[in-house]
Ligand binder design. Structure first.
Ligand code: PLP
Length: 461
């Protein structure tokens, strides 16, 4: 079975259905169907319990930048577990966390020099909010606690991060959420308001000016931070219009609001740079990261903070009253260092920059299909929006979306050997975020599978 270990599928299925609770999953859909079980990974591919191969077009969950099965990264984990498996970062440090913090600070633009580790993206997002709130209390602006973020943006699922997330459906069951989340428009140019629909720069200006209007409406003295992804994932990859981030930076400076670049997806090469903000030329006050920092060989997240934001925390008896047990875990830090070594040895940023044009061009071949409305993204990060009518951009109603995405496409793509995401949290999109090692052969495989599944989907509307 091409190196795939043999498993007893019936036993695994029974145990999975009996004891597991999967995330964001309708368990009812597995009542009469097998749970997909991935047992092995190698390069850009993963294998299921039957030995069937899939192109990992989503890098797991926007995670596996260097691809699967890297023995040198696994060995770094084993070495570290033998040397020092665990010690907390509460009052102590350990060499791998120190080395990693230094390395990340050296990569990060400007004076983003201070690294606070977490174990996940949601924790990173929460940490940045808490940092901002305590920072403003320490510096005589105690009323600044609100946080702006964009419509349909996903920033995580813990209560604080969920308050920042802009997807109503995943918030409603958990309300009331912590107070202070405020929404501003996203940068989906395909769905731009009519008065700026013909001019992407004017659209970007409008979207950024809406941030200023929101700050003024809320009262500038109450706003702590704005969270923006370099390219917004949820909704299907919205890159920033030209001039957008320059205007946002100006607004943040004018009103004393911290700019948090949520790079849980966009950092570590996804857009061809260590950090997405570098690609679009803006300086954040905080970068939140997770996922690609270890390529998933072990969990790790964190935030990188500008030097001056730590200054008030240096004084007297003050400390940042926040921490989690496994943050900056030694094994995860060792893995992150080994992961970043692979980035450098194989020039993965160079690979993305050299091949992103080919990736885009290959996906754009799909524009001849009637169901393809918009193909957007940058780097190795794309969304394909599906429409019912290309000319009018009419989208699918809820029932059609349900039938098409959940009822057909998700299974059909998987059956055809492509892992990607058919997502209807905004308008229906397919999301792609393959390992950074991918080249033309993988782009072609993605295009061919999408072509056949999208063609069939059109006949089923
Ligand atoms: C932009 C962004 N922020 C935060 C998160 C939350 O990260 P995690 O799932 O590691 O908590 C995600 C997860 O996908 C994300 O995409």
């Amino acid at each position: 079975m091409n190196g795939t270990p043999a498993y007893d599928n019936a036993a695994l299925q029974e145990a999975a259905k009996r004891n597991m609770w999967l995330h964001f999953t309708r368990h009812s859909s597995y009542q009469n169907a097998d749970v997909p079980i991935i047992v092995r990974g190698e390069g850009q591919y993963v294998y299921d319990q039957h030995g069937k191969r899939y192109l990992d077009g989503l890098a797991g969950l926007f995670v596996s930048q260097i691809g699967h099965g890297r023995v040198e990264v696994a060995e770094a984990a084993a070495r570290q577990a033998s040397e020092l498996a665990y010690f907390p970062l509460w009052s102590y440090a350990h060499p791998r966390a120190i080395e990693l913090a230094e390395r990340i600070a050296n990569y990060a633009p400007g004076d983003l020099n201070r690294v606070f580790f977490t174990t996940s993206g949601s924790e990173a997002v929460e940490s940045a909010w808490k940092l901002a709130k305590q920072y403003f209390k320490l510096t005589g602006q105690p009323n600044r606690y609100k946080v702006l973020s964009r419509a349909i943006a996903y920033h995580g699922t813990t209560h604080g991060a969920l308050a920042i997330t802009g997807l109503p459906d995943i918030k409603i069951p958990f309300e009331p959420l912590p107070a202070g989340g405020v929404r501003v428009p996203n940068t989906n140019f395909y769905r731009a308001p009519a008065f700026v629909a013909d001019d992407v720069t004017a659209f970007g200006q409008w979207a950024a000016d809406e941030i200023e209007r929101a700050i003024l409406r809320e009262g500038p003295e109450s706003v702590a931070a704005i969270y923006l992804e370099p390219v917004q994932n949820s909704g299907g990859c919205f890159p920033p219009p030209p001039g957008y981030f320059a205007r946002v930076r100006e607004i943040c400076d004018q009103y004393g609001v911290l700019l948090v670049s949520d790079e849980v997806i966009c950092a570590y090469g996804r857009l061809g740079y260590m950090f997405g903000c570098e690609r679009y030329g803006y300086q954040p006050d905080v970068i939140t990261f997770a996922k690609g920092v270890t390529s998933g060989y072990s969990p790790l997240g964190g935030m990188i903070v500008r030097e001056h934001l730590m200054e008030p925390y240096w004084k007297d008896q003050t400390s940042f009253l926040h921490g989690v047990t496994f943050a900056g875990h030694p094994v995860s830090c060792a893995v992150a260092l080994a992961n970043l070594d692979v980035f450098e040895k194989e020039d993965l940023l160079g690979n993305v920059r050299a091949n992103e044009g080919a990736f885009r061009a290959t996906l754009e071949k799909l524009n001849d299909l009637p169901i393809v409305g918009d193909i957007r993204g940058d780097g190795y990060f794309y969304g394909i929006e599906m429409v019912k009518d290309k000319a009018t951009r009419e989208t699918f109603d809820d029932a059609e979306s349900e039938r098409l995405l959940r009822g057909f496409m998700s299974h059909a793509l998987f059956d055809a050997g492509l892992i990607c995401r058919a997502d209807d949290r905004g308008d229906p999109v397919i999301q792609l975020s393959p390992p950074l090692t991918c080249t033309q052969e993988h782009f072609d495989e993605i295009e061919q599978i999408l072509r056949s599944v999208l063609t069939e989907a059109w006949t089923r509307i």
